[in-house]
Design a binder for this molecule. Structure first.
Ligand code: ZN
Length: 321
């Protein structure tokens, strides 16, 4: 027997998982250099923080900026460092071909990037590293993904290139309330446990994993350079997003913000019970709305409301070229 919610669930099939991750950085030029050159991601959009237009907003991703590949930064030249703690995303993990882990280790050594020796997690080989602001990242070796699309316009060889997100790791006091929201509303299900970590996965190949690191009583996180601001999850369209908002309210007593137009997607935000700021972002319209696919990231793009202030905005943004 069909229930009214079955339709929304079906629409979400194949559209679950992480849409993007947004973090805070220090110097813009250093951030751009690390993500495009060292990690070989594509700068898919260069715009400003719509709520603070004197600050850049950089979007890095694959060649089209597909949902599940996008890491974004607000770089503040003089940002104070944040502190990792409860209620934060403590690691953002990318997918790379399993066969490339040794080459990545060598690359990080050669370029002087701080990193750990590869370790096994949930049966996968994972290489953890830090960006110049101390942001914790990792590369997970995934077998058989060599043929998947990747940006190869940078200096990272195609056989090594990042294939979107593997997932994120959240630090929470108690895993159950966060897992409830991920399971009931965002299309995830628990698949494994290892030590203090609960793994939840969705059906998305890219950006399909959320690991909950259950820490009990521990210091709360503090926002700042080197920390993640929020994690966005995918909604196929406005209707799917509205259904998720309704479910958050009815089943979990959680209220989201009103919908905000982010030009490349439409978003609502809420703080999940573990304290992490979550967003639900639509897949549409995507990054090709104001730039041709081959030109993504090449010009400073401003939303219509800020375009008339372009001269003043450009004057205060730090030079990055
Ligand atoms: Zn966001």
């Amino acid at each position: 027997m069909a229930h009214p919610t079955d339709h929304a669930t079906e629409e979400n099939h194949g559209h679950a998982g992480i849409h993007h991750v947004t973090a805070i950085a220090g110097q813009a030029r250093r951030n751009l250099d690390f993500y495009t050159r060292t990690l070989g991601l594509r700068l898919v959009k260069k715009t400003v923080n719509f709520d603070d237009p004197g600050t850049y907003h950089f979007y890095y991703g694959d060649e089209r900026g597909r949902p599940g590949s996008i890491l974004t930064f607000f770089p503040w030249e003089h940002a104070a460092p944040g502190r990792i703690g409860i209620g934060e995303t403590i690691e953002t993990v990318f997918r790379v071909p399993e066969t490339s882990i040794a080459d990545w280790t060598q690359r990080l050594v050669t370029l002087g990037v701080p990193h750990e020796a590869p370790e096994r997690r949930f049966g996968e080989t994972v290489l953890s590293l830090r960006d110049p602001d101390g942001t914790k990242l990792a590369l997970a070796g995934v077998p058989g993904i060599e043929a998947e699309p990747a940006w190869t316009g940078g200096e990272v060889a195609p056989e090594m290139a990042i294939r979107g997100f593997h997932g994120v790791r959240l630090l929470v006091k108690d895993g159950a309330p966060t897992a409830d929201v991920l399971t009931d509303v965002l299309g995830f299900a628990e698949t494994a446990r290892e030590g203090a970590v609960v793994r939840l996965a969705s059906d998305a190949a890219v950006g399909g994993i959320v690991d909950l690191h259950v820490a009990g009583d521990f210091l709360p996180g503090r926002s700042g350079a080197g920390t993640v601001h929020h994690v966005a999850f995918r909604a196929a369209d406005d209707a799917a997003q509205a259904a998720m908002v309704k479910k958050l309210a009815e089943n979990h007593g959680l209220r989201t913000t009103g919908q905000k137009d982010r030009n490349y997607f439409r978003s609502v935000y809420f703080r999940e019970p573990g304290g992490v700021l979550f967003e639900i972002a639509t897949d549409a319209p995507g990054f090709a709305i104001d730039e041709a696919p081959e030109a993504l990231g090449s010009a400073l793009k401003l939303p219509p409301g800020l375009e008339r202030r372009r001269e003043a905005i450009e004057a205060v943004l730090p030079a990055v070229a």
